[in-house]
Design a binder for this molecule. Structure first.
Ligand SMILES: [Zn+2]
Length: 140
């Protein structure tokens, strides 16, 4: 199965390679889409089809806890963002999140999930927003 880097032109047919040799991005199947969550502070998170990523300040729960520490209004277990294999993106606000999450101007209740449209703005706190884009395989 041919896989490629979502960030650069690296392509491989070698199944033993899981990450890009140049920038260490997780490779995705060539021709598939990737969900890109670009935070205003410069952190960009890419999510492959079928994957989900947890955001919060709890290092036992979220791989992104370290850089989120500076955002006091982001909960320890704040929200999960996922990308279905069919190409639909979603965010779920965790039930123990104490702070509001918005998609565009819509507040999302705790324990609820909502579809993320290409180009929408996701806001975890007043100081932390992100632009969500779905890059199709042709763009990769
Ligand atoms: Zn790369």
């Amino acid at each position: 199965m041919r896989r490629k880097c979502p960030r650069c032109s690296f392509v491989t047919d070698d199944d033993s390679i899981t990450k890009c040799r140049r920038d260490h991005s997780v490779l995705v199947e060539a021709g598939t889409s990737v969900l890109r969550v670009a935070f205003a502070n410069g952190v960009t998170v890419e999510i492959a089809p079928g994957d989900e990523v947890r955001f919060g300040r709890d290092p036992d729960w979220s791989d992104h806890a370290e850089w989120l520490q500076e955002f006091a209004k982001v909960s320890r277990r704040h929200a999960t963002v996922g990308f279905r294999t069919g190409g639909t993106a979603w965010v779920m606000v965790e039930s123990d999140s104490r702070n509001l999450t918005y998609v565009g101007s819509t507040p999302i209740a705790k324990g609820r999930s909502i579809t993320l449209d290409d180009g929408c703005t996701l806001r975890f706190s007043r100081k932390l927003s992100a632009t969500v884009t779905i890059e199709t395989g042709d763009d990769l």
